[in-house]
Design a protein around this ligand. Structure first.
Ligand code: SIN
Length: 194
């Protein structure tokens, strides 16, 4: 059973007395916002790579058949592109609930395209969390995503939503795009059979 991280995240109170805080999103927080924000800007954080290595038991899969969603893996020199949202700290409780399946708030430097930086937060599911699935080939990840559905909908919608949002931002992510290519070719084969 995946551990619920809401209680631990509540202890991370560094920004509670700030009037606003930057939150960096790199997965569903890019394409499915669902929370109020003051401003949003394309941004990146350094030394992290986006990977579909986190199991999803509560949104895009079930306990018996977990889906796969993204987390960040440390990688020296890598830039992870996403979107930064300027929010008021009271919104964090809502985001803690949404990210409760293994994600912890981490303080990070967020870089903007105009060269400025700000200190803010990112939610990361580290390999210590019980829902962490770890590496697999892009083909195997695509197969698992194709077969998974959870309360938030089909796992494939998460993948395609993320890939489309990255394309709209004009950003490359080989890992995400390769999984998407495998998924598309699986769907083409199914259509040919039908
Ligand atoms: C994020 O989007 O920043 C965290 C992972 C997710 O909710 O998909």
């Amino acid at each position: 059973m995946p551990a619920d991280t809401t209680a631990i995240n509540k202890l991370m109170d560094r920004f509670n007395d700030h009037s606003s805080v930057w939150l960096f999103g790199y997965g569903s927080l890019i394409f499915k916002v669902g929370f109020p924000f003051v401003e949003r800007r394309p941004a990146y954080i350094m030394n992290w790579s986006r990977r579909f290595w986190q199991g999803s038991y509560d949104h895009r899969g079930t306990l018996d058949a977990p889906g796969r969603v993204v987390t960040l893996i440390p990688q020296a020199g890598a830039a992870c592109e996403g979107i930064a949202y300027l929010i008021t700290p009271d919104i964090l409780e809502q985001i803690d609930f949404r990210e409760k399946n293994g994600y912890l708030r981490l303080c990070t430097e967020i870089a903007f395209e105009d060269g400025t930086v700000a200190e803010g937060l990112v939610y990361i599911a580290t390999e210590e969390n019980t829902a962490f699935l770890g590496p697999a080939t892009e083909l195997d990840i695509a197969r698992q995503i194709a077969a998974s559905v959870g309360p938030s909908g089909p796992n494939k919608d998460y993948l395609t939503g993320l890939a489309e949002a990255l394309r709209e931002l004009g950003k490359e992510d080989q890992h995400v795009f390769e999984i998407e290519r495998h998924l598309m070719s699986m769907q083409d084969k199914v259509e040919l059979v039908i």
